[in-house]
Design a protein around this ligand. Sequence first.
Ligand code: DC
Length: 211
Amino acid sequence: MRVIAIDGPAGSGKSTIARRLATRLGLEYLDTGAMYRAVTFATLRRGLDPGDAADVARIVGDIELEVGAERVTVDGVDATIEIRSPEVTRAVSLVAANVDVRSEMVRRQRAWATERGGGVLEGRDIGTVVFPTAELKVYLTARPEVRAERRSQEVADLSYEAVASDLARRDALDQSRVASPLAEAADALMVDTSDLTVDEVVEALASKMRT
Ligand code: DC
């Protein structure tokens, strides 16, 4: 199985780079952050409190998720846009800290890769927990102001300051949670993308792959 694990904080360039690398290598791509966002969306849609760990744990196994490269559906409803909403973004760290949600998502992520004989998976715990034996493990970073600037270009209706403070809050939650915190695997290739183009990063990673 050919698995590439790409981890790192929000705005480090993971999605763009993981997609491009997958195309380049002829592999499929899975955005695992979209899965946690989709569970958060399903929780809010059911009128549950995302911070109520027992309630969320009770429903997570029943949520039907389809996370494709272009479209995300949750219980048969297209939620591609909604999973990026400020409401979901605010609540997602709570849901991602839920151990029962994590074990169910990890199970689904491993099944996804097994069905396809591998793939490029991006997230926070891919190299540390989901696929510690991945062929290539990458940890992307960028300076905080660069990450905030990238994210604020994606969300037109929020100010740079609002995006920067939300990003700092989510980084702190993702890094400090008990269950699978965002961390660099000891054997990950660390790349600071602040001053590199997407092409430069993709080329550097592709050159590390066995051909
Ligand atoms: O990459 P993103 O911003 O769409 O991720 C949404 C949230 O999900 C983020 O706060 C961290 C969490 N996440 C996680 O805990 N584990 C993953 N493998 C992917 C994302």
